[in-house]
Structures are given as structure tokens and as C-alpha cells.
Ligand binder design. Structure first.
Ligand code: ADE
Length: 243
């Protein structure tokens, strides 16, 4: 079945290890440049997509979301790695976001709850239809590889968390299942622009003192893993939701 006319999915990751294999699989790629932001347009598994490596952190992620919207993206899928903060998680587990918060936001002096900006919601909800299809795609890959799939809140901040105490605090305070550095910025910008989005993460570490060792070690296989889930997502969702 063909994609919806005028609809185009943008797939983002922060670093090469999160986008490289999707970039390699892109048919007829055309590069669009916006400063240091690398964006390619092309066909991935038969669907017209935009693919961006946005750089690390919330500002880069929000900027990329705006650029991708201007380039014609009608939905956004972020794929990358994260640090697990919930008990019982293992490196390699997958996470699909239900909603996202910014754990480094503090406007408590003005009466806001931790993580909430003035004029913004307590969290930004991922699109239910996209997330349902992402759960199906990630679940299929997880079952094949013996990984566990978690669904839950993702907490983003401009911090690489490598402390068991901080990880436990983010889990306790926000009910988050993992920490990363871009998802909630994509969520905030996409919500503001009125574009549906979903976020997939693979746990590269458990945000404790071992994270500085585990994170780089996990990056080797992560591009392949992101590409596998994206392939399942595109093939499975094409007939059911706007791509
Ligand atoms: N991305 C992967 N691991 C992370 C961590 N521990 N903290 C923040 N972002 C991450």
C-alpha cells in the first residue's frame, strides 16, 4: 500500500552510531545542509524519509526538529541510546517512550513542579498511533534478540548521568525508565509545531559509574539495532499510519 500523499517521516539520531546504518540503507540520498546539521532525503525500505544526525543535547535536537518540519517532515521518530534508571533493566533493553520530561529543568522557585517549564505541560506525550507501531516493531526485534522491551517515561537533560544516586533520583522524582539528552526537546518542539512523534531508545548503560565504560562499548552495534527496528517500523506501519 502506498504512503499517504504529502506525508513524510523524519528519523533522527544524535550521533553517527545512532543513524549510520539507516544512512547507508537510504536509496537515492540527497543531502540538505543547515549549518552543522546533516539531513538526507531519500527512500528507506520504500518510504520517502528525511534522516538527520542532529548532534547531542536539547538545543541541537529542538533545532533539528524545526529544520525537519520546514523541510517537509509530517512526523518524527527519534532513535538512539539511553541510560536505564529503573530497577532490573539490562544493557541492550529497548525503551519506547509514552511521554517525556526534562529532568534538568528547575522552576520550583516560582511554584512549578520539578521538570516543568512555565507555560508547558508536566510532560509531552508521544503520539499513541506511532508509539503503538513502534512497540510492535521494537517488540519483534527484542523477541528475536532476547531483549526486554520497556514502555514508559523518558527523562532528558543536558547531562550524561553516571551516578547511581542521580539515576535513582530521576527514577523516583519523575517515574522515568531511562535518561538521555534529546528526546524531550524533540517532544517539546514537535508538540509546539503540531507534528506527531515517537521515541525509541536502546539502553547502552545503566547511568551508574560504569556508564562511562558501557556507553562507548555499546555504540559499536547500536546503528545496526536502530536500523533493524526502523526497518520493522516502516514495513509494518506503512499500511496503517501516515508515513
Ligand atoms: N545516553 C546514553 N547513556 C546516557 C546516560 N547515562 N546519560 C545521559 N544520556 C545517555
Amino acid at each position: 500500500m502506498s504512503a499517504m500523499i504529502g506525508a513524510m517521516l523524519a528519523i533522527l539520531g544524535a550521533i553517527d552510531a545512532e543513524v549510520a546504518d539507516n544512512r547507508r540503507l537510504l536509496d537515492d540520498p540527497v543531502e540538505l545542509r543547515a549549518g552543522r546539521l546533516s539531513v538526507h532525503r531519500g527512500r528507506l525500505h520504500g518510504s520517502e524519509v528525511l534522516l538527520a544526525r542532529c548532534g547531542v543535547g536539547k538545543v541541537n535536537a529542538a533545532m533539528a526538529t524545526t529544520v525537519l518540519h520546514s523541510a517537509g517532515a509530517t512526523s518524527l521518530l527519534f532513535t538512539g541510546v539511553a541510560g536505564g534508571v529503573a530497577p532490573g533493566q539490562r544493557v541492550g533493553d529497548l525503551v519506547v517512550a509514552t511521554d517525556l520530561v526534562q529532568h534538568d529543568v528547575d522552576v520550583t522557585a516560582l511554584g512549578r513542579p520539578p521538570g516543568q517549564l512555565l507555560g508547558e505541560p508536566a510532560s509531552w506525550a508521544a503520539d499513541p498511533a506511532m508509539s503503538e507501531h513502534l512497540v510492535a516493531a521494537a517488540g519483534a526485534c527484542a523477541a528475536r534478540d532476547g531483549r526486554t522491551l520497556h514502555e514508559g517515561r523518558i527523562a532528558s537533560g543536558d547531562q550524561f548521568v553516571a551516578s547511581a544516586a542521580r539515576a535513582a533520583a530521576v527514577h523516583a522524582e519523575f517515574g522515568a525508565v531511562c535518561v538521555e539528552m534529546e528526546g524531550a526537546a524533540v517532544a517539546q518542539a514537535a508538540t509546539s509545531l503540531g507534528i506527531p512523534f515517537a521515541v525509541l531508545r536502546a539502553l547502552s548503560d545503566t547511568a551508574d559509574p560504569g556508564a562511562a565504560r558501557d556507553f562507548p562499548a555499546f555504540l559499536d552495534g547500536s546503528a545496526r539495532l536502530m536500523a533493524d527496528v526502523v526497518e520493522c517500523y516502516l514495513r509494518g506501519a506503512r499500511s496503517k499510519i501516515a508515513l
